[in-house]
Design a binder for this molecule. Structure first.
Ligand code: GRF
Length: 186
């Protein structure tokens, strides 16, 4: 199985997936990371890890279609079996979905279908949730609406926001690795 990861930000999930592959905890080949911003920290992580990466800087394109057409060309070269969105902050458009729907998965910091969208953790905390969820799911045309693959959750007790985020990330890394292994085993 050939795996491509797409990220926009810190890239901790990318690094966890990459390390798990290197350590033989995922029986797959890491092919490349695609990043949509010149300054994403995920790029530094890729450089430190010696991982292949491509930058397709969203701001250099006039339209989303032009931007995704460039990504499509790269993906077609990379020939992935699975595309793992890991903090990739754009909605996947038809240009990519037409070819890759069913092969794109995402991780989201809430117990979907509760709290879709960018502010999931804040929304859950503001709503007074005492359990914070994590979901992996297939990607469709909606915002965090695709078929759920796996979920996990933890109780926040008296943790502050920083502690909650740290725990969330730790569990996300585990859940993403489990999810990829589940898909490989299917
Ligand atoms: C994660 O919390 C993920 O659930 C969300 O974006 C965040 C990415 O974190 N989709 P990182 O860039 O992998 O560190």
């Amino acid at each position: 199985m050939r795996i491509v990861v797409m990220a926009s930000g810190s890239g901790s999930n990318f690094a966890a997936i990459y390390q798990a592959i290197i350590e033989g905890k995922i029986a797959a080949k890491f092919v490349s990371l695609i990043v949509d911003k010149n300054n994403a920290y995920a790029i530094e992580r890729a450089q430190k890890l010696g991982a292949d990466y491509h930058i397709v800087n969203y701001q250099d394109y006039d339209t989303k279609i032009a931007y995704e057409t460039e990504i499509l060309a790269i993906l077609n070269e990379l020939n992935p079996d699975l595309i793992c969105l890991a903090g990739y902050m754009k909605i996947i458009g038809d240009t990519l979905l037409n070819k890759y729907e069913g092969k794109i998965i995402n991780i989201h910091p809430s117990m979907l279908p509760k709290y879709p969208g960018r502010t999931a953790l804040s929304d859950a905390l503001e709503a007074g949730e005492t359990e914070i969820g994590i979901t992996t799911h297939y990607v469709d045309a909606g915002v965090d609406t695709g078929k759920i693959i796996m979920q996990d959750q933890f109780t926040i007790d008296d943790m502050n926001r920083e502690q909650i985020e740290a725990k969330l990330h730790k569990l996300e890394h585990k859940l993403y690795i489990k999810t990829i292994n589940k898909i490989i085993g299917e």
